[in-house]
Design a protein around this ligand. Sequence first.
Ligand code: IMP
Ligand code: MG
Length: 181
Amino acid sequence: MDMRNDVAEILYTEDQLAEIVARMGRQISEDYRDKNLFMISVLKGSLIFMADLMRAVTIPCSIDFLSVSSYGAGTTTTGAVRILKDLDDSLEGKDLLIVEDILDSGVTLSFLMKNLSARNPRSIRLCTLLDKPERRKVDIHADYVGAQVPDEFIVGYGLDYAEKYRNLPYIGVLKPEIYQN
Ligand code: IMP
Ligand code: MG
């Protein structure tokens, strides 16, 4: 069984992703030159993006990971978000960059912005590899966006459907028949 057969269309190849991430890394390195960059990866979807992005950043940075409740195996949000795995240290005086795989309804990131802002960081910004603006339910936009994607279910490069397809090296649209039965 080859996962690649479940992909209807490739949206971004490995080479295109490398180019997108390099551009984002350059911009972040410039914007945070005189700051105390602290990159926070939202698990598990941003794992691969985070690993590549931090290596495209040329200034010193520290990192941590957190994870929030997901919506289970479904493809739409329930609206309730909880922190399942929290950060190790205080955020005081740090310039936070939240690193996400995809901004969809915006419910997850608006919850995280509120939660992390309350911990007195010096600044807080959002970085998402993908943006699906058509599906937004709350008013939120990312400071750094890799690429916009259509309102379809996206997998690969960290993004999953029911915990599968994260290890596809490119980003593609999942065939609807995979999740519609
Ligand atoms: P939001 O709270 O609706 O913005 O959803 C954000 C989270 O939902 C992301 O971090 C993903 O884990 C998941 N998600 C949303 N859309 C997709 C998709 O097309 N493919 C895979 N995961 C998705
Ligand atoms: Mg996810």
